[in-house]
Design a protein around this ligand. Sequence first.
Ligand code: FAD
Length: 460
Amino acid sequence: MNGPPFDDIAGQSSGYPLDALIADLGDIPVETSPAVVRRRSRDFFWYSPILNEELSGKSADLIATPRTEADVVRIAGACARHRVPLTVRGGGTGNYGQAVPLAGGVLLDITELSAIDWVKPGIVRVGAGAKINQLDAELALKGWELRMHPSTKRTATIGGFVAGGSGGIGSINYGGLREPGNVIAARIVTLEETPRVIELRGEAAQRINHAYGTNGIITALEMPLAPLWRWIDVVVAFDDFLDAVAFGHRIALADGVVKKVLAPVTWPLPSYFGALRPHCPDGRHLLLAMVAEPSLESFKDLLAGRGTITLETPTDDSPGKVPLYEYTWNHTTLQVLKTDRSVTYLQCLYPHDRLLEKAAQMRSLFPDEALQHFEFIRFNGNVTASGLPVVRFSTAERLNEIIRLHEDHDVGIANPHVYTIEDGSRYKKAEADQLGFKYEADPFGLLNPGKMRSFAARTN
Ligand code: FAD
């Protein structure tokens, strides 16, 4: 048998010796109210109509909230001895059911492990449960910020970003989390009868990167930092979407212009943009940019009147405000979903050497069906764009056809309508060192079972 029976379980799975498990947890806070546990067993998988059918109803049996790493070790040991699955939850903002327990068991709320251990020039060591916005606010006091963050910065944890995310605001400068040097070290607890605490440094830390918490519970991370800038949110309107893409590309390549996000967005997506709507002229396409204040003049020089600046204001992500980055990356989909639940999205990677050509080609293939927006990034040292088009959903068959047509035209897809690491990756497999490490760190296949499908658990 490949680990716990996740296929046929929905809701209260039980069959697990939960009373004995809870007794072993001592004074560690445990929540068993079914309504609370079910609600917190969800993430943002409902963005996908396909996952929404497959995953609704899946739930843990209880939530355990460790206060220290010693608590994590105690919970992990108890789960291993009683053969109860364990799924870690940070902010619960993942998109592919990453934090949804398919086989019930324990949902481990990691958010109390949030202390900053230390900050040194260019590097921070922090508990994995730290909220990214709180972490950045602390770092700002010392003149630093994280190199990159997801557009869910205000709700996501740093551990969830490393275990479930890929990149985001800042990736135009530093690439994604997978680029060497973007995760310096991770401390993990194994899921064994006598759990081990292991420090993974350098390349070894990549084992837990985007592994959905299937091969270790991350308790702390060392992350590299960037110097803090005063960021300015800038919106530029263009008559032609491809002009917005071309100008974004020009700025992306202008190494002297300091920026943090560059996102061309096609009309009519801005018509859904809530608080930003007054800065989105009807029928016009936008470039959303975060530019360092000292680079604004150079940004405008390069624009040279080809587009109209409709907003220029310091980035403000304090409570009650909506920063510009919450219209980029997968927040664009969210802005549309607020009024139109019939849409979904895709995650594309454009070839760096034919970027504008491919953008035009995909636009002509799906003029009204896949509404484009791009996020410029660095990838393997080249400037290219990730695309998260908002797709008008009709059927699963048509969605798969749209995916195939992108791939046939050399636009890579990381499919967000599947829940395993393998199916979601562009290469349809788990990294060998991630799979190998799972045999070491989770021999019984109890960590987030069902998400790394290449793994075959020990049966005794
Ligand atoms: P969770 O959802 O709680 O967990 C994510 C995965 O990591 C789960 O598999 C979970 O089990 C595992 N995990 C969490 N903590 C740990 C731990 N301590 N140890 C081991 N495993 C752990 N992602 C991006 O990369 N870039 C974006 O710009 C971006 N934008 C988004 C916009 C929207 C509107 C939404 C809904 C999602 C977006 N995402 C994006 C996805 C997601 O928000 C991010 O990946 C985020 O960083 C996840 O953090 P979290 O704390 O919410 O993780």
